[in-house]
Design a protein around this ligand. Structure first.
Ligand SMILES: [Zn+2]
Length: 469
């Protein structure tokens, strides 16, 4: 089986063949930390978390670098006298890390901050100047788009059809589409802490050069996958590609872009009041439900959040969790404690090998859950056990196993107090039944039902669960 992945540059599915099959290399553009994360950030980061996890399953090792853009026009604009830009950037970076971790997005192998790679950016700018593809002008340095005929190749645009680059004051540009590699800060009143000395005068790096320099520093001049949101293709990724290749680096071998999130079929915007902040969503919904909901659409399609998106995810997880609990109870009774190697079913692997088709992979999970339940109904332990192992292995790859420690948040004193009370009532009901006092037994069950708790009698005792997940 070969993993095929949609390469935005080729505009087609391509067989994925890593440079080094023992170490896949990935660079994903991280956030500009000017404000907190919203649902679109979660979806984007999750798309690449799922790709990384599948690559890890297939190849073993993945070196995954995701940067933090901690210096940028927007970070400077949002700073206040009480909170300098670097404090704001760090606070927001932590908000991103917390939100990502909450929904099970694994930390990158490394997370470089742009401000820690200024010498590497300056070195790359100098190489571009030396090669005749960049020029210094009035304290700024620009990439000379007319000097690079391939400019526009990522997004299939001709230079003449492009909008002027809006990233810098066009004071010294040869062509309005030239974009800034270095932004001179002399006389602009920017804080001294946001200014670095350079051969072209004091200033700070342009956004695009940051990623070209950091990917090269940590992954080398050529690496496997460059990822980011669809909205980054132009100008950001087009410009990264031009800079790196014009400087002589082969750069990314596959370009992968995730689709964006809409809310009620509309682009999120503060003026439409449909902006979903990660913190608000996490306060309202179970993190596992959020992860499932944001995984359930194909990573390349746009994901529309509606009134039922999270309820549907919750119901799907309940079906999976219900089977795992039931199978766990029945099967642990005669399970040998031998650790098994997690192997996913072929249909699941085929789905993920097909451009990371997570919706199809989830369909395989649900198919195995149904088969497992049917086997349990029929008392067929062998088939149920096989289904249980399959489901556990698949959920492990997707990081969606409800039994995983990551999702165990309700182990506080309230949870153990509630369990103790329900167990007492279950014992009272058992006593009533032993005395054939059916009315008393029914009263216990009815009282629990009124509190939203359902009982299930099995051969190994009575178990309780919440009626509404
Ligand atoms: Zn980038």
């Amino acid at each position: 089986m070969t993993l095929r992945i949609y390469d935005t540059e080729a505009q087609s599915l391509r067989d994925f063949v890593p440079l080094d099959p023992e170490n896949v290399t990935m660079y994903v553009c991280g956030p500009t930390v000017q404000s907190g994360p919203h649902i679109g950030h979660l979806r984007g980061a999750l798309s690449f978390d799922l790709l990384r996890r599948w690559l890890e399953y297939r190849f073993g090792r993945v070196t995954f670098v995701r940067n933090v853009t901690d210096i940028d026009d927007k970070v400077l604009v949002n700073a206040t006298p009480d909170e300098p830009w670097w404090a704001l950037a760090y606070r927001m970076e932590q908000e991103f890390s917390r939100a990502y971790a909450a929904i099970g997005i694994a930390a990158p192998t490394y997370e470089p901050r742009a401000t820690a790679s200024i010498p590497q950016m300056q070195e790359l700018i100098q190489r571009l100047i030396d090669a005749g593809h960049a020029y210094a002008s009035a304290g700024d340095v620009y990439f000379d788009v007319r000097s690079w005929p391939a400019y526009g190749e990522l997004t299939n645009q001709s230079v003449d059809a492009m909008e002027p680059a809006a990233d810098a004051d066009p004071r010294g540009k040869r062509d309005p589409r030239d974009f800034a590699l270095w932004k001179g800060s002399a006389g602009k009143g920017e804080p001294e802490s946001a200014t670095w000395e350079s051969p072209w005068g004091p200033g700070r790096p342009g956004w695009h050069i940051e990623c070209s320099a950091m990917s090269r520093r940590y992954l080398g001049a050529e690496f496997d996958i460059h990822g980011g949101g669809l909205d980054l293709r132009f100008p950001h990724h087009e410009n990264e590609l031009a800079q790196s290749t014009a400087a002589g680096d082969p750069f990314a071998r596959y370009w992968v872009h995730n689709g964006l999130v809409t809310v009620g079929a509309q682009k999120m915007s503060k003026s439409l009041f449909n902006f979903i902040l990660a913190d608000d969503l996490l306060a309202e919904r179970d993190p596992l439900v959020i992860r499932y909901a944001l995984s359930a659409a194909h990573y390349r399609s746009s994901l529309d959040i509606t009134a039922t998106t999270f309820d549907e995810a919750e119901a799907a997880l309940d079906r999976i969790g219900g089977f795992l609990e039931r199978a766990g109870r029945v099967l642990t009774a005669d399970a040998d404690e031998v650790e098994f190697v997690a192997v996913v079913p072929d249909a699941f692997a085929v789905a993920l090998d097909d451009d990371l088709n997570v919706p199809q992979a989830l369909a395989v999970v649900h198919e195995r859950v149904r088969a497992g339940n049917t086997a349990l109904d029929a008392g067929d332990r062998e088939t149920a056990d096989a289904a249980f192992r399959d489901v556990t292995a698949m959920l492990g790859v997707l990081a969606l196993d409800p039994a995983d420690e990551q999702w165990q948040t309700d182990n506080g004193p309230e949870a153990s107090a509630l369990d103790a009370l329900v167990q007492t009532m279950i014992a009272q009901r058992a006593d009533a039944r032993a005395e054939k006092d059916w009315a008393a037994a029914d009263r216990v069950r009815a009282a629990l039902a009124a509190a939203g708790i359902a009982l299930e009698d099995t051969t190994d005792g009575t178990h309780w669960s919440f009626t509404n997940g």
